[in-house]
Design a protein. Structure first.
Length: 75
């Protein structure tokens, strides 16, 4: 079971990695994503994970808990 802030961190990692590669290693980014279509797909995935990170940090995703024990004696 992960807290909401950890989900947000996990979802934000792909966006951060892509942004760092683009800003720091632009030649590598252009080699990995050679066409405008590839770059558009990379941007869409980065925006998707950024949106998921924002939702996770806002606490939108429910926290999964183990099932509660039923009341009464355990057989």
């Amino acid at each position: 079971m992960l807290p909401f802030w950890l989900w947000g961190l996990l979802f934000s990692l792909p966006t951060l990695v892509l942004a760092v590669i683009y800003l720091r290693y632009r030649a590598l980014f252009m080699r990995v994503y050679p066409t405008p279509g590839h770059r558009l797909v990379a941007l869409c995935f980065a925006l998707l994970f950024a949106a998921l990170a924002a939702l996770a940090l806002a606490g939108v995703f429910p926290v999964v808990r183990p099932p509660a024990l039923p009341p009464g004696p355990i057989a």
